[in-house]
Design a protein around this ligand. Sequence first.
Ligand SMILES: [Fe+2]
Length: 236
Amino acid sequence: MTKSWFCLSHNVARIALLAGLTAAGTAWAQFTQSPLPYAYTALEPQIDAMTMELHYTRHHKSAVDGLNAQIKNYPELANMTIEQVLCQVSKYNTAVRNNGGNHYNHEIFWKVMAPAGQGGKPSEVLAAAIDKAFGSMEEMRKLFSAAAAGRFGSGWAWLVVTPDKKLAITSTPNQDNPLMDLPEIAVKGTPILGLDVWEHAYYLSYQNRRGDYIKHWWDVVNWNEVNRRYEEAMRQ
Ligand SMILES: [Fe+2]
């Protein structure tokens, strides 16, 4: 049921998009990286410029290249959104799972960050939902930070809207995420906030001090984008 719900909601969005693009005569492109919405230096000192550049131009790019390389094995991927791929990723091989997850996760990650002081604050509706789910904003931050700090090895921490429209905090290993239709994904939902806790995301500035990275990362959260993603997820 969960799988159907996710794929149905993403398919509806895709059909609308497909109709528009077909009318315009535009051919489908391969998966692409969205432009980074700020300069590599923009998140300093919380995240240094070299980390941002390497992370975006190498780590994320290699995932996009790796995903596009799988189109020869699965031609239908060329006509699918990344969300559609992930909500039925159990049909595909490990390369699609890893590169597709990697691509999607980073697309979210860049957008839910903004230079310190420019990210706004949680909207009234999101703040109320956070209070209801976790007791307070402070408690949500504690739980999210603990999920990020406690992820053994590499992975991600997430704030998600579950299929029954509730907020939940979870973490996933490696490049997995809560959209994936895999039995080992304990909490499924639509991510509205995600934190990369792979060492490549913080090692140059923080070395092994993941906790410091998490603490400073809150200063560059783009709440305006989290608010937008929350409202979109609630409409799905
Ligand atoms: Fe990363």
